[in-house]
Design a protein. Structure first.
Length: 194
Protein backbone atom coordinates (compact mmCIF):
# COMPACT_ATOMS: atom_id res chain seq x y z
CA UNK A 1 0.00 0.00 0.00
CA UNK A 2 1.32 3.43 -0.88
CA UNK A 3 1.96 6.06 1.73
CA UNK A 4 2.32 9.54 0.26
CA UNK A 5 4.79 11.30 2.54
CA UNK A 6 5.01 14.49 0.46
CA UNK A 7 2.49 16.16 -1.81
CA UNK A 8 3.39 14.08 -4.89
CA UNK A 9 5.15 10.88 -6.00
CA UNK A 10 6.39 10.90 -9.60
CA UNK A 11 7.21 8.34 -12.28
CA UNK A 12 5.66 5.19 -10.85
CA UNK A 13 4.19 2.34 -12.88
CA UNK A 14 1.57 1.18 -10.34
CA UNK A 15 -0.32 2.40 -7.31
CA UNK A 16 -0.67 -0.29 -4.67
CA UNK A 17 -3.86 -0.09 -2.59
CA UNK A 18 -5.28 -2.37 0.13
CA UNK A 19 -7.51 -3.91 -2.56
CA UNK A 20 -4.97 -4.43 -5.34
CA UNK A 21 -3.09 -2.21 -7.76
CA UNK A 22 -3.90 0.45 -10.32
CA UNK A 23 -1.87 0.45 -13.54
CA UNK A 24 -1.95 2.40 -16.80
CA UNK A 25 -1.13 0.45 -19.97
CA UNK A 26 -0.90 1.11 -23.69
CA UNK A 27 -2.27 -1.05 -26.50
CA UNK A 28 0.70 -3.45 -26.16
CA UNK A 29 0.03 -3.87 -22.41
CA UNK A 30 3.21 -1.93 -21.59
CA UNK A 31 2.93 0.19 -18.48
CA UNK A 32 2.83 3.96 -18.68
CA UNK A 33 4.47 5.97 -15.89
CA UNK A 34 2.33 8.40 -13.91
CA UNK A 35 2.41 10.60 -10.83
CA UNK A 36 0.25 10.44 -7.73
CA UNK A 37 -0.66 13.48 -5.68
CA UNK A 38 -2.87 14.20 -2.74
CA UNK A 39 -6.42 15.13 -3.67
CA UNK A 40 -8.80 17.21 -1.59
CA UNK A 41 -11.99 15.79 -0.15
CA UNK A 42 -14.94 16.75 1.99
CA UNK A 43 -16.05 14.66 4.96
CA UNK A 44 -18.99 12.42 4.04
CA UNK A 45 -22.08 11.62 6.09
CA UNK A 46 -23.30 8.03 6.16
CA UNK A 47 -26.57 6.60 7.49
CA UNK A 48 -28.09 10.10 7.23
CA UNK A 49 -31.24 10.49 9.33
CA UNK A 50 -30.67 7.34 11.38
CA UNK A 51 -29.28 6.80 14.88
CA UNK A 52 -26.12 5.46 13.18
CA UNK A 53 -25.43 8.72 11.28
CA UNK A 54 -21.73 9.60 11.32
CA UNK A 55 -19.11 11.56 9.41
CA UNK A 56 -16.29 9.61 7.74
CA UNK A 57 -13.10 10.58 5.92
CA UNK A 58 -11.00 8.53 3.49
CA UNK A 59 -7.79 6.79 4.52
CA UNK A 60 -6.37 7.82 1.15
CA UNK A 61 -7.58 10.23 -1.50
CA UNK A 62 -5.21 10.69 -4.44
CA UNK A 63 -5.15 11.78 -8.04
CA UNK A 64 -3.38 9.62 -10.59
CA UNK A 65 -1.89 12.12 -13.05
CA UNK A 66 -0.73 11.04 -16.50
CA UNK A 67 1.44 13.56 -18.34
CA UNK A 68 -0.07 13.83 -21.82
CA UNK A 69 3.44 14.04 -23.32
CA UNK A 70 3.82 10.35 -22.39
CA UNK A 71 0.84 9.46 -24.57
CA UNK A 72 0.62 9.02 -28.34
CA UNK A 73 -2.24 10.67 -30.18
CA UNK A 74 -4.80 8.17 -31.44
CA UNK A 75 -3.65 5.25 -29.26
CA UNK A 76 -6.04 3.64 -26.79
CA UNK A 77 -4.81 3.36 -23.18
CA UNK A 78 -6.33 1.76 -20.10
CA UNK A 79 -6.26 2.62 -16.43
CA UNK A 80 -7.52 -0.31 -14.44
CA UNK A 81 -7.66 -1.81 -11.01
CA UNK A 82 -6.75 -5.44 -10.36
CA UNK A 83 -7.38 -7.47 -7.21
CA UNK A 84 -10.96 -6.29 -6.65
CA UNK A 85 -14.22 -6.64 -8.55
CA UNK A 86 -15.51 -3.16 -9.31
CA UNK A 87 -18.93 -2.05 -10.47
CA UNK A 88 -20.52 1.15 -11.73
CA UNK A 89 -20.46 3.71 -8.94
CA UNK A 90 -22.18 6.75 -10.39
CA UNK A 91 -21.78 9.97 -12.32
CA UNK A 92 -21.78 13.66 -11.52
CA UNK A 93 -21.20 16.62 -13.85
CA UNK A 94 -18.93 15.06 -16.50
CA UNK A 95 -17.42 12.54 -14.08
CA UNK A 96 -17.93 8.81 -13.77
CA UNK A 97 -16.79 6.32 -11.16
CA UNK A 98 -16.38 2.66 -10.36
CA UNK A 99 -16.44 1.24 -6.82
CA UNK A 100 -15.92 -2.00 -4.95
CA UNK A 101 -15.26 -3.54 -1.55
CA UNK A 102 -12.58 -6.14 -0.73
CA UNK A 103 -10.13 -6.99 2.04
CA UNK A 104 -12.04 -4.83 4.53
CA UNK A 105 -11.86 -1.66 2.40
CA UNK A 106 -14.13 0.18 0.01
CA UNK A 107 -12.40 1.76 -2.98
CA UNK A 108 -13.42 4.11 -5.79
CA UNK A 109 -11.74 5.12 -9.05
CA UNK A 110 -13.10 8.07 -10.99
CA UNK A 111 -12.59 9.86 -14.29
CA UNK A 112 -13.49 13.16 -15.93
CA UNK A 113 -15.05 12.97 -19.39
CA UNK A 114 -14.46 16.24 -21.31
CA UNK A 115 -16.92 15.07 -23.98
CA UNK A 116 -19.82 14.03 -21.77
CA UNK A 117 -22.14 16.79 -23.01
CA UNK A 118 -21.24 16.15 -26.66
CA UNK A 119 -21.99 12.45 -26.18
CA UNK A 120 -25.38 13.31 -24.65
CA UNK A 121 -26.15 15.66 -27.57
CA UNK A 122 -25.24 12.92 -30.05
CA UNK A 123 -27.32 10.37 -28.13
CA UNK A 124 -30.36 12.64 -28.28
CA UNK A 125 -29.94 13.23 -32.02
CA UNK A 126 -29.07 9.58 -32.79
CA UNK A 127 -31.10 7.33 -34.97
CA UNK A 128 -31.45 3.67 -34.05
CA UNK A 129 -28.94 2.58 -36.70
CA UNK A 130 -26.05 4.70 -35.41
CA UNK A 131 -23.83 2.84 -32.97
CA UNK A 132 -20.67 5.00 -32.75
CA UNK A 133 -20.00 8.59 -31.72
CA UNK A 134 -18.68 11.18 -34.16
CA UNK A 135 -15.33 11.80 -32.44
CA UNK A 136 -14.48 14.68 -34.79
CA UNK A 137 -16.49 16.86 -32.39
CA UNK A 138 -14.62 15.64 -29.29
CA UNK A 139 -11.86 17.57 -27.50
CA UNK A 140 -8.86 16.58 -25.35
CA UNK A 141 -9.44 12.82 -24.98
CA UNK A 142 -12.11 10.20 -25.47
CA UNK A 143 -13.04 8.28 -22.31
CA UNK A 144 -14.97 5.02 -21.95
CA UNK A 145 -15.64 2.77 -18.98
CA UNK A 146 -14.15 -0.70 -19.42
CA UNK A 147 -16.81 -3.39 -20.02
CA UNK A 148 -15.84 -5.25 -16.83
CA UNK A 149 -15.91 -1.99 -14.78
CA UNK A 150 -12.24 -2.45 -13.76
CA UNK A 151 -11.46 1.10 -14.87
CA UNK A 152 -11.42 3.18 -18.03
CA UNK A 153 -10.00 3.32 -21.53
CA UNK A 154 -8.97 6.61 -23.07
CA UNK A 155 -7.50 8.02 -26.27
CA UNK A 156 -5.66 11.34 -26.42
CA UNK A 157 -7.21 13.37 -29.25
CA UNK A 158 -5.14 16.56 -29.08
CA UNK A 159 -2.44 18.25 -26.99
CA UNK A 160 -4.71 20.82 -25.33
CA UNK A 161 -4.55 19.08 -21.94
CA UNK A 162 -1.29 18.84 -19.97
CA UNK A 163 -2.33 15.79 -17.95
CA UNK A 164 -5.18 13.37 -17.48
CA UNK A 165 -6.33 12.91 -13.89
CA UNK A 166 -8.09 9.99 -12.26
CA UNK A 167 -9.11 10.32 -8.58
CA UNK A 168 -8.81 7.24 -6.41
CA UNK A 169 -9.89 6.90 -2.76
CA UNK A 170 -10.31 4.17 -0.20
CA UNK A 171 -11.56 3.78 3.34
CA UNK A 172 -11.61 0.94 5.86
CA UNK A 173 -15.04 -0.65 5.95
CA UNK A 174 -15.82 -2.00 9.45
CA UNK A 175 -18.48 -4.43 8.16
CA UNK A 176 -17.73 -5.13 4.47
CA UNK A 177 -19.98 -8.20 4.37
CA UNK A 178 -23.02 -6.16 5.43
CA UNK A 179 -24.81 -4.79 2.32
CA UNK A 180 -25.93 -1.65 4.18
CA UNK A 181 -22.33 -0.79 5.19
CA UNK A 182 -20.98 -1.74 1.76
CA UNK A 183 -23.45 0.56 0.00
CA UNK A 184 -22.79 3.48 2.36
CA UNK A 185 -19.00 3.21 2.18
CA UNK A 186 -19.01 2.69 -1.59
CA UNK A 187 -21.22 5.78 -1.85
CA UNK A 188 -18.60 7.70 0.10
CA UNK A 189 -15.64 6.68 -2.09
CA UNK A 190 -17.73 7.38 -5.18
CA UNK A 191 -18.45 10.91 -3.91
CA UNK A 192 -14.72 11.51 -3.34
CA UNK A 193 -13.82 10.36 -6.87
CA UNK A 194 -16.61 11.86 -9.00
Amino acid sequence: MMELTGRQVEDIDRLITPCGEVVVTDEKEERVLFSVRRYGFAPYRIFVGTPDEQVIEPIANYEICIDSRRLRLGERYRIRMSGIRLEFGGTDERTIGVVGTANGYSLGLGAYDPNDEEKMDQDIAASEDRLLYDKSRFVQYDLEMLPDFSGFSFELLDRSVAELRFPVAWIGNPRPGNARFRDEYEGAVNSWTT
